[in-house]
Ligand binder design. Sequence first.
Ligand code: SF4
Length: 288
Amino acid sequence: MRSEKIKLINVQNMSVNDGDGLRTNVFFYGCPLRCRWCANPESFIDPNKAKVDMTDDYELDELVDKIERQGIFFRFSGGGVTFSGGEPTYKNIDVVYELAKKLYDDGYSLAIETSGYFEYDKTKDLLDLMDTVFVDIKVMDDDKHRYFTGVSNKKILENIKKIARTREYLNSNRDININGGTRYQDGLDNDSSLSGSGSNSRGDLVIRVPLIVGVNEDEENIERLGKFLGEIGDIKLEILPYHRFGLGKYNKLGLEPPSEDFDTPSNERIAEVEEKLKSYGIEIVSYK
Ligand code: SF4
């Protein structure tokens, strides 16, 4: 494999929230967005300018070796590897693809968590290796999206439509596509306590919404979201209530913390939002 190193902010084993079963989450350094509530600010701050450098450089072989040591857990839980960040498609897409292809060919089930802010044509081959694609939608209004994240949401929404079409195709050709690797789905993948409520199938697209009071939990945004996703059809969505777990990292890195105006929605409000979204034909899932 390439000798080029890859910069990561973390490699987390035994993760259960970002796909089916037990997973190794690989958190890539770099992100083109600047979400005002980001829980992983180490993913975008220049490590040379931060008070501490929270990144690590890995050789690809070294990373593959570290992941493959978890193989037994993937096998018995129906788990695998989740590419996360930061934004995993943002830097060194060729190296990220090479890592994914190696893991795919070795039979690992793969998932990716992405902001959706990428050039589709350059990213498609990577996405096609993924059993599950998680894409965030932060805010539907483009001006608000620019204000809260630093970029327009147009490319993200367009990419979601394209991914949905491709996923539909992968699902309808599952037998053909699955031959690329001996997927680790023959273990305990029917054990719902390990697999979450998302289905363990190739071709899933799951929209994730970080629900934040003061940003996107208002009725107008929820209606626009429901309408947009309802028109795509056959789509899964997970609500991730805002949390302030990343605060300690802001202090450590010497950064201003996120605004106190952002707040966590109540359980009642989350349930209301989920009900509303279901009325557009959206399936609500949870990987908690
Ligand atoms: S897309 Fe994710 S990693 Fe990037 S700034 Fe936003 S919350 Fe942080």
